[in-house]
Design a protein around this ligand. Structure first.
Ligand code: C2E
Ligand code: MG
Ligand code: MG
Length: 725
């Protein structure tokens, strides 16, 4: 057990090193993710053109004529055919946004950064060499495109940061395009000039374009190694290592492998016809049919491992989406979506699985367990069918594919778990950061707290906002995952519950329980706080009506929290009124808690609304008093019935003299203004006793009770209020 844990730890350190989460690599991976719609369209086009059923191909030919593949060809040309451009723009965009986030005052338009990167690529891309422009715009040029995106965007952003290079032109009105364009003018020009200059020097020194240079470097090892089995292993090793860097190995090596592996198959076929022993063990058929099941990295094994072993909903969803193209050995969606590229967690199995499967296939063929695969099959032929067809109808071909699928899945499984752990940890971190942002009163330049951020926090916030809004609009009455808990406010003198605070809760299907302040922040940012508030109010009223029917006295109020944004809504008093009427409640059965920082401005519009709500007979509490904006003087301007002392004062009251003195002052003032005091965060008896000595008698906190679900809350009230003393 201990050894297993030790090995997992070591593997984890190896597979998920710190550098893998450097901002640049994250930007590259996110850049790939942005390309998913384009990649998916390309994959569809490939599938339409290469669907491996002879009658399908014949029917298409009959229906649409000789050129029937040109439709898929056009789609392919506009998607996977030029995949370098979206990848480059995506990477550059994310790098610019990362910098904008780190230095909001020096924000750069990320689209301009992307355009500069595209221009940089076109400075160096070979237009008229043997391969031609379109070749380099496709997957063979991906690696150089990533290099260009990183270097040109780094340079551009660095230059943008320089005070001296900024040209400030202020537009009339509020049009941001003019200042942004001029802001980037000199940095843009300089980036492109430096790029052209460096490239000129490179060309002079090497006599080759950068694209050709990288290409030659990749092909170099194949010139040295000739032996067939070694070449097979080296081929697999290199193609998969290249994929890690975003280079489509099979495409680049195609001219070479075509010759090598095709000759091997032909030699085998000739030897068989002549009744001689077959000279080659590894042919392209072996690699295509028994090794690359699902595409490079034997990705069908990864898909199965994700479906079987991943607890991460997103990964499972991606695996499901990738399954259909994966059955036809097309794996771009998985490679771009997981992503595999520049993701060290999957590097080890991505290389090892094909090598292991080549070994098992070679052994099985060598020992005669499986016939030599002699029949050529279309590369899109699904596994099992492929094994059957290439061995001229031998069940052993199917058995070997099944065996290989099982081996590959087993190798992938521990890495899927590691990937899950890393994702969960990062999710937790992002949730923690989002919580900090939500609890902080600061808003960004766009007037939002979290929804417009371009880091992981922003992504998480947007997912939550979307799901929360969907939950509220689709199932308003019974919003999925949303519910209320009620925390008792107990008057300690008779030991009686005098109120309940309704606290909103959300169990998200993917992320689990989401803290209330995050819900409020995303609902405010997303402009649907009124919908959430209405849901809370209606649910609390419905529950209060149920308690009323159960015989709970009318002087017990349920209070709901209201954020400042809700109090800005002129219609709030009418909404409350209609809720009271719908559930036949007296106004004193419901209260509103307003955070103190909100309430201190006597001139603000929400004060009038608060006054109207108070005039209707609802009980108004000032929440979190003492949390920072304590202004006793304003109490007299507000319609306040209850003042809730925050943890900032109550937590340390036993040991901190300042806290107890401040509380004494508040108690005296409230007595003279006829305002009740509730002390929050009372967790132990010592605290309660000290607070009672200071003149506080109503408490809310874990000492009496944690927040409770509706039924439990009713049972608590009945127990406390019906038992004497
Ligand atoms: P709040 O109104 O001050 O609510 C009290 C918070 O303190 C609750 O956290 C409660 O669970 C927690 N708490 C109570 N007693 C104790 C204790 O003894 N120890 C500790 N450690 N914690 C205690 P929760 O539910 O996470 O709510 C946090 C804040 O979110 C609330 O602070 C309130 O400002 C806001 N909120 C909650 N529900 C709603 C809602 O429906 N609408 C609005 N606008 N805001 C809400
Ligand atoms: Mg409250
Ligand atoms: Mg509070």
């Amino acid at each position: 057990m201990r050894i297993a844990r030790f090995l997992t730890d070591k593997l984890r350190k190896l597979a998920a090193p710190e550098w893998a989460f450097s901002p640049t690599l994250i930007a590259v991976r996110n850049g790939f993710l942005l390309c998913l719609p384009i990649v998916a369209a390309g994959v569809l086009a490939v599938l339409v053109n290469n669907f491996p059923l002879p009658w399908y191909q014949e029917e298409m030919l009959r229906l649409f004529g000789d050129n029937w593949k040109s439709f898929g060809g056009l789609v392919w040309q506009g998607t996977l055919g030029i995949i370098t451009i979206p990848t480059l723009v995506g990477t550059s965009y994310h790098m610019a946004m990362q910098q904008n986030h780190a230095r909001p005052l020096h924000s750069t338009n990320p689209v301009i950064a992307g355009m500069v990167a595209v221009a940089s690529l076109f400075i160096i891309i070979p237009m008229h060499d043997d391969y031609g422009l379109m070749y380099w715009l496709g997957t063979p040029g991906l690696f150089v495109a990533i290099l260009v995106a990183i270097t040109s965007t780094r340079l551009f952003l660095w230059l943008v940061g320089s005070e001296r290079l900024r040209i400030r032109i202020y537009s009339e009105g509020l049009d941001t395009a003019i200042p942004q364009a001029f802001f980037c003018l000199l940095p843009g020009i300089l980036t492109l000039l430096v790029f052209a200059l460096l490239y000129g020097i490179f060309f002079r020194l090497t006599g080759s374009t950068l694209h050709q240079f990288v290409h030659d470097c990749i092909l170099y090892p194949f010139g040295i190694i000739q032996n067939n089995i070694n070449t097979g292993a080296v081929y697999l090793f290199i193609t998969h290592l290249l994929w890690f860097f975003g280079i489509h190995g099979p495409n680049i090596l195609d001219p070479l492998t075509h010759g090598m592996f095709d000759t091997a198959l032909q030699a085998n076929q000739a030897a068989k016809a002549a009744g001689q022993p077959l000279p080659h063990l590894i042919t392209k058929q072996v690699l295509d049919v028994f090794v690359s099941m699902g595409g490079s990295g034997s990705s069908l094994c990864l898909i199965i491992a994700l479906l079987m072993g991943s607890k991460n909903n997103n990964s499972r969803r991606l695996a499901k989406i990738s399954l259909v193209p994966g059955m036809f050995n097309i794996n771009e969606i998985l490679l771009f979506g997981l992503p595999i590229i520049l993701n060290p967690i999957f590097l080890i199995p991505f290389i090892c699985v094909p090598l292991a499967l080549m070994a098992t296939s070679a052994l099985a063929i060598h020992f005669g367990l499986v016939p030599y695969p002699m029949q050529v099959v279309e590369w899109t032929t699904p596994p099992l069918l492929g094994g059957f067809a290439t061995t001229s109808g031998s069940p052993a071909g199917i058995a070997l594919q099944l065996f290989n699928l099982a081996i590959g899945t087993l190798i992938y499984l521990p890495f899927v778990r590691i990937s899950d752990d890393v994702k969960t940890e990062r999710q937790k971190q992002a949730m923690g950061k989002l919580m900090d942002v939500a609890c902080n009163n600061q808003v960004g330049p766009g007037g939002k707290k979290c929804l417009d951020r371009d880091d992981e926090v922003g992504v998480l916030a947007r997912v939550l906002a979307y799901d929360l809004q969907t939950a509220l609009t689709r199932h308003h009455e019974d919003a999925v995952g949303l519910f209320l808990e009620y925390q008792p406010q107990v008057d300690s003198r008779p030991g009686r519950v005098m109120g309940m605070e309704a606290l909103v809760r959300w169990r998200h299907p993917g992320y689990g329980n989401i803290p209330a302040p995050i819900l409020i922040a995303v609902a405010e940012d997303g402009d649907f706080i009124d919908d959430l508030g209405l849901w809370v109010l209606r649910t609390a009223c419905k529950e209060r009506a149920r308690w009323h029917e159960a015989g709970i006295a009318a002087d017990l109020k349920t209070s709901v929290n209201a954020s400042v944004r809700q109090l800005m809504n002129d219609r709030l008093p009418e909404v409350i009124q209609s809720c009271l009427e719908e559930y036949r409640l007296e106004p004193r059965m419901i209260g509103v808690e307003v955070t103190e920082s909100v309430a201190i401005d006597p001139e603000a519009p929400h004060t009038r609304i608060l006054q109207r709500i108070h005039d209707m007979g609802l009980i108004i509490s000032i929440d979190d008093f003492g949390a920072g904006h304590s202004s006793l003087i304003y109490l007299k301007y507000f319609p306040v019935d209850i003042l809730k002392i925050d943890q900032a004062l109550s937590k340390d009251v036993v040991h901190n003299k300042v806290c107890s003195e401040v509380i004494t002052t508040i108690v005296e003032l409230c007595r003279s203004l006829d305002i009740k005091i509730v002390v929050e965060y009372t967790e132990n008896r010592e605290q309660i006793e000290v607070l009672q000595d200071l003149g506080c008698y109503i408490f809310q906190g874990y000492f009496y009770s944690k927040p409770l679900k509706g039924e439990q809350a009713l049972a608590y009230i009945q127990h406390m209020n019906e038992s004497p003393g």
